[in-house]
Design a protein around this ligand. Structure first.
Ligand code: PLP
Length: 452
C-alpha cells in the first residue's frame, strides 16, 4: 500500500480495505469475503448495508443534519428519546445523547455525582468499579475501567476506582462455586464501601456481561441482585454499562433484565447506532432526574454533536428495525445453537478452556493446560494469532483480555449481528473450526520444534 498518514491501531501493519458490506458479510477491495462474527467491535447488531437505515439517513440529511442542542431540539432526537424510554424497563426514561460509549459512561458518572450534589451532598464523588472491566478510553471512563493494559500508560492521571473482583467463575478468586460461594465477589463491594466510606461514593458501575476486558464473562444467577441490594443499603447509585450488552445483544433491551435488576443509570452505545452512525446515551431513571429537575435543571455534560438529528434519526431507524424484525426474540435460539456448536469445538481442541457468555455475546478463553487452567505465556500472543488465522479464513472475531490479573490470559468474543441466519451460524462454526485447526497445527509445530 502507498504511504499512509492514517494512525491505525498497529502502525506499519497492512489492513485490508473494505469496499462494501451486506448482511453478516464484508467484502474487501480484492474481493475477499469476511463473515463478521464479531459485528466489528460488537456494534453492527443488524448487519451491514440495511437499505431502510440508509433511507432514514438520507431522508434526515435532506431535512437537516445538524442543529445545536442548546439552540434547538429536533423531531428525531425527541422520538429517539421516547423510543428508548418505551423500550427500557422500569422508569429509565431520560436520555442524554453523546457520540461514544466512553462519553456515555462518563456522562453517567457525572450524572451520579450531580444527583447527590443537587441534594446538598458534595462528598459523594467516587465511583467504585471492578477489576477486569472496560468502560471507555477517555480519562474519566478509563478511571472506572479495571483494564490493566489500557490503564498502564496513564495511571498517574487516573482515579483508583476499580475496587473489587469480577464474577469470574472460571477463575474464581476464592476457588468456590456459585451459588454455594454466597456471592463473595459481590459482597466484596460492601467491604470496599465500608473501607472507603459510603459518604464518599456516588455510584458503582459494572458491565452486566464483561466484554473487552474479560471475553464475555456472564455473572452467576444472584450476583446482580446482591450488588443491587448492597448499593441500596448504602445509598449508592448503580450504573449498568450496557454499551456492549444493551439494545438487544443478549435478547433483552438491557442485559441486566436477565438477572431481575435495574440500574439507576444505564450507558448505551455500540448497537444503539449499530455502526450506521456514532451515537451513545446515558439513560437515567426518574429517581436520578428528580433532584436535578427540582434543582439546577441542567445536566453538566454535553458535546457539540450531542443529540444531532442525523445520528438520532439513524438510531431511531435501527431500533425500529430491531423491533419490527423481532430480533431480540430470536437471540436465545440462535445463541443456544451457537453455544452447542462451540461446546463441540471444545471437545476437539484441548486449548479451549472455557466457553461462556449470554445471548449473542459469547466468549472463548484459551489455555495452555485445560486441567490446571494455566494461561499461555504473554509472549505467545495467542489471541492475536487466532485473530489473524481467522481473518485468513475470512472470519472476523474480536480480541478480548482474560485472566484474573488482567495481564495473562487469552480470549476471543463471538458476537455476530443479531440478524445472522442458522445457515450462516453453520458457516461461522465451519470457519472457526478451520481457524482452530490451523492454530492447533501451529502449536504442534512449536512443540515439535521445541523437542528437536
Ligand atoms: C462495556 C463498554 N463500555 C464502554 C465502551 C467504550 O465505548 P467507545 O469505544 O464507543 O467509546 C466499550 C467499548 O468497547 C465497552 O465495551
Amino acid at each position: 500500500m502507498a504511504h499512509s498518514f492514517l494512525i491505525k491501531p498497529m502502525l506499519g501493519e497492512d489492513y485490508p480495505v473494505i469496499s462494501y458490506g451486506k448482511g453478516v458479510f464484508l467484502y474487501d477491495e480484492e474481493g475477499k469475503k469476511y463473515l463478521d462474527a464479531s459485528s466489528g467491535a460488537v456494534t453492527a447488531n443488524i448487519g451491514h448495508g440495511v437499505a431502510e437505515i440508509l433511507k432514514a439517513m438520507s431522508d434526515q440529511a435532506e431535512k437537516v443534519s445538524f442543529v445545536y442542542r442548546s439552540q434547538f431540539t429536533s423531531a428525531a432526537a425527541e422520538q429517539l428519546a421516547e423510543k428508548i424510554a418505551r423500550l427500557t424497563p422500569g422508569d429509565l426514561n431520560w436520555s442524554f445523547f453523546v457520540n461514544s460509549g466512553s462519553e456515555a459512561t462518563e456522562t453517567a458518572m457525572k450524572m451520579a455525582i450531580q444527583y447527590w450534589q443537587e441534594q446538598g451532598i458534595y462528598t459523594k464523588t467516587k465511583i467504585l468499579s471492578r477489576w477486569v472491566s472496560y468502560h471507555g478510553i477517555t480519562l474519566g471512563a478509563l478511571s472506572m475501567s479495571g483494564h490493566t493494559s489500557r490503564r498502564e500508560r496513564f495511571v498517574p492521571l487516573l482515579e483508583d476506582f476499580p475496587a473489587i473482583h469480577p464474577p469470574y467463575c472460571y477463575r474464581c478468586p476464592y476457588q468456590l462455586q456459585a451459588p454455594s460461594c454466597d456471592y463473595l465477589c459481590a459482597r466484596e463491594l460492601e467491604t470496599a464501601i465500608k473501607r472507603i466510606g459510603a459518604d464518599k461514593i456516588a455510584a458503582f458501575i459494572a458491565e452486566p456481561v464483561i466484554g473487552a476486558a474479560g471475553g464475555a464473562i456472564a455473572p452467576p444467577k444472584d450476583y446482580f441482585k446482591t450488588i443491587r441490594k448492597i448499593c441500596d443499603d448504602h445509598q449508592i447509585l448503580f450504573i449498568a454499562d450496557e454499551v456492549m450488552t444493551g439494545t438487544g445483544r443478549t435478547g433483552t433491551m438491557f442485559a441486566c433484565e436477565h438477572w431481575g435488576v435495574l440500574p439507576d443509570i444505564a450507558a448505551l452505545g455500540k448497537g444503539l447506532g449499530a455502526g450506521y452512525t456514532p451515537i451513545a446515551a446515558a439513560v437515567a431513571s426518574e429517581k436520578v432526574m428528580k433532584p436535578i429537575l427540582n434543582g439546577t435543571k441542567s445536566v453538566m455534560s454535553g458535546h457539540t454533536f450531542s443529540a444531532n438529528p442525523l445520528s438520532c434519526a439513524v438510531s431511531l431507524a435501527v431500533l425500529e428495525y430491531v423491533q419490527k424484525n423481532n430480533l431480540m426474540k430470536q437471540v436465545k435460539s440462535k445463541s443456544d445453537n451457537l453455544m452447542k456448536s462451540l461446546e463441540k469445538l471444545k471437545n476437539l481442541f484441548s486449548f479451549i478452556g472455557d466457553i461462556r457468555g449470554k445471548g449473542l455475546l459469547l466468549g472463548i478463553e484459551f489455555v495452555q493446560n485445560r486441567k490446571t487452567k494455566q494461561p499461555f505465556s504473554r509472549t505467545a500472543s495467542v489471541t492475536q494469532k487466532v485473530i489473524s488465522l481467522a481473518r485468513e479464513q475470512g472470519l472476523l472475531v474480536y480480541p478480548a483480555g482474560a485472566g484474573i490479573d488482567g495481564v495473562n490470559g487469552d480470549a476471543i468474543i463471538i458476537a455476530p449481528p443479531l440478524t445472522i441466519s442458522e445457515k450462516e451460524i453453520d458457516e461461522l462454526i465451519d470457519l472457526l473450526n478451520k481457524t482452530l485447526e490451523a492454530f492447533s497445527n501451529q502449536l504442534g509445530d512449536q512443540e515439535t520444534a521445541g523437542e528437536g
